[in-house]
Design a protein around this ligand. Structure first.
Ligand SMILES: C[S@@+](CC[C@H](N)C(=O)[O-])C[C@H]1O[C@@H](n2cnc3c(N)ncnc32)[C@H](O)[C@@H]1O
Length: 258
């Protein structure tokens, strides 16, 4: 495992310990509603994923890719899907296991990296659900290649990701400075910060992040063999930058039948 993956494993365990919003599992009430067919999930902070991106979910084999935290996987399982959640953080996977055990859900967890799905045979899944997470990976082409391989023909990849423009701004700046362009793209926590700033960032236990161009995000999916079927942009609450441009995108892509 690379140093970045090892560092980010500990960082996300730390985020889970701190109660970061992406580590808080769904309530028992939401599970009960999902059992009745009423459920909604996000790939990005706010906008619900359109239901027609999923089709009828009961009986589908779904891979939640870097989707730990007990948020989406348990809802898919309560709605009748067979769910595998793969994530790099043991603490995040614990969240899914706890909800699944409490509600007797068809959900298994796998500790691993989204860029290496070699444990799964080709054509294992009907749908891969990948919420915003590829900013924690330096090279995302293996993610698209692997997602394509493990999907059945006709299968779908649902992905959320950061607008690369976001990474031009200093995430630690406040006031007017938060709106001032600072970094050349592509951004890398390891390369773009000065050493003292990087040391401070790592001491805080925050994960390491990397920007990826739209060419790497969308072009990369197309080069892996996917067809782009739909796309939307999303915003976020209580964030000055989000008043100027949408910081997140989500795509629906399909693996052709033939
Ligand atoms: C923002 S959280 C996303 C999960 C959350 N359920 C959601 O709705 O967005 C990012 C997740 O990506 C996982 N992650 C980061 N790098 C990863 C990698 N290389 N492979 C697999 N999971 C990774 C983290 O452990 C964390 O659980």
């Amino acid at each position: 495992m690379s140093d970045v993956s090892e560092y980010n494993r500990k960082a996300w365990d730390h985020m889970a310990g701190k109660g970061n919003e992406w580590t808080v599992p769904v309530s028992d009430e939401l599970i009960a509603q999902a059992r009745q067919g009423n459920w909604s999930v996000v790939l990005t902070p706010l906008k619900p994923v359109p239901q027609d991106w999923f089709g009828p979910i009961a009986g589908q084999e779904i891979l939640g890719l870097a989707s730990g935290g007990g948020q989406q996987g348990p809802l898919f399982a309560a709605a009748g899907a067979r769910v595998t959640i793969l994530d790099n953080s043991p603490a995040q996977l614990d969240r899914d296991r706890q909800v699944a055990e409490r509600h007797n859900l068809d959900l298994v967890t796998e500790l691993g990296l989204m860029q290496d799905l070699s444990r799964f045979p080709e054509a294992s899944f009907d749908l891969v659900f990948n919420p915003v997470s590829n900013c924690f990976v330096e090279d995302i082409q293996p993610v698209w290649r692997e997602a394509f391989r493990v999907l059945k023909p006709g299968g779908r990849l649902l992905t959320g990701f950061c607008n690369p423009v976001l990474f031009g701004f200093d995430p630690d700046a406040t006031g007017e400075d938060a709106l001032r362009w600072k970094f050349r793209l592509p951004y890398s926590d390891l390369e773009s910060r000065d050493p003292a700033d990087l040391a401070r960032h790592q001491a805080s236990g925050e994960p390491l992040e990397f920007s990826h161009s739209l060419e790497a995000q969308i072009g990369g999916q197309l080069r892996a063999g996917f067809r782009l079927l739909d796309l939307y942009e999303d915003t976020a609450e209580n964030w000055a930058l989000a008043e100027f441009f949408p910081p997140f995108l989500a795509t629906l892509s399909g693996k052709p039948e033939d």
